[in-house]
Design a protein around this ligand. Structure first.
Ligand code: UDP
Length: 328
């Protein structure tokens, strides 16, 4: 039996596949390679397919013995979603609808879903609990919340069990330095900071230093991508063991400000990394920190790399080895 991983050629998908393979799992990948990289995964069963192409997707289910699905395939840039919600609804929501329909038709009833802290919107409480109100402030978060809700009703009506993992800020890379973050264009803080010591950028921008935080810059909860990978494995096993659907936050529970992240990157790289304060970026809340108590309690998740210095060291190893990502 295999696990079908959609979006397996992306940053978190490829890290999760490497981890699942180390646990002896057989993997089938479906990815349209819109943003992913074929050489980020070492699998024989790789299908370059869009989820909305249901005929082709159905063939994947017919050709393989699929036990369950881990679903990463989606567009994930908040800023783009603000100006192009159509694409986000079409790819994320309609793509997931096609996937769920194909699962139903092939009697596959387990799915682990890659969700996001953006489902909460501007938080009322810190740390954020799974029971807190969900009120997304952008189409990206809204589509992910819609996908979660679809799964809730597909469970109710058709018995498809799901675990939704609401990630906070994924960061770091596989210890080997062979797979890591490669977005084009890059928008995430840590890879942008590391472009400075790589000589690809003169300075890093700080998007606002007038937030209501101790140093004025926004605070985020950074979680190592391999700890994320472990959470997917545990969530999948949870479903295979016959447990019910559930939703979990996935963060380290500790917050770092943008200035603190830059300071740790200076230590790790030995580079002065100039930083320039610029205007706030639209839609950025001041503080996002997860309570991960529930996933620790229910799934026994125990993050191994919750030191931000280690996260940045691992990211730095990857970026130094592959300054142009998978094009090297
Ligand atoms: N950020 C920044 N400069 C950059 C990129 C990001 O100051 O060049 C800030 C951003 O405003 C946010 C934090 O870094 O407060 C993390 O942003 P990122 O895009 O990495 O993740 P997000 O929190 O949006 O998921």
């Amino acid at each position: 039996m295999s696990i079908l991983v959609t979006g397996g050629a992306g940053y978190i998908g490829s890290a999760t596949i490497k981890y699942l393979q180390s646990k002896g799992k057989e993997i089938v990948v479906v990815d349209n390679l819109q943003t992913g990289y074929r050489n980020s995964v070492d699998v024989d069963k790789f299908y370059k397919i869009d989820l909305r192409d249901m005929d082709s997707l159905d063939k994947v289910f017919k050709e393989n013995e699929i036990e369950g699905v881990i679903h990463f395939a989606a567009n994930s840039l908040v800023g783009v979603s603000m100006t192009d919600p159509y694409t986000y609804y079409d790819n994320n929501v309609y793509g997931t609808l096609c996937l769920l329909k194909t699962m139903m038709e092939n009697d596959v009833k387990k799915i682990v879903f890659s969700s996001t802290a953006a489902t909460y919107g501007e938080p009322k409480n810190i740390p954020i609990l799974e029971s807190d109100i969900t009120n997304p402030t952008n189409p990206y978060g809204e589509t992910k919340l819609t996908m979660e809700k679809m799964m809730k009703w597909f469970d109710y009506a058709y018995g498809i069990k799901y675990v939704s993992l609401r990630y906070f800020n994924a960061a770091g890379a596989h210890k080997s330095g062979e797979i890591g973050e490669a977005h084009n264009p890059e928008t995430h803080l840590i890879p942008l900071i590391l472009q400075v010591p790589l000589g690809q950028r003169e300075y890093v921008s700080i998007f606002g230093d007038d937030y209501d935080t101790p140093d004025g810059t926004p605070i985020r909860d950074y979680i190592h991508v391999m700890d994320l990978a472990d959470a997917h494995y545990l969530a999948y096993e949870h479903l295979v063991s016959g447990n019910d659907s559930d939703i979990f936050n996935l963060g380290s529970g500790t917050g770092f400000s943008v200035k603190e992240v830059i300071e740790i990157a200076r230590e790790v790289t030995g580079h002065e990394i100039p930083a320039v304060v610029e205007a706030r970026r639209a839609g950025d809340p001041a503080v996002l920190i997860a309570s991960s108590a529930k996933i620790k309690d229910v799934l026994g998740w125990n993050p191994q790399y919750d030191d931000l210095k280690v996260i940045i060291e691992d990211a730095w190893r990857w970026h130094k080895n592959h300054p142009n990502g998978y094009d090297d």
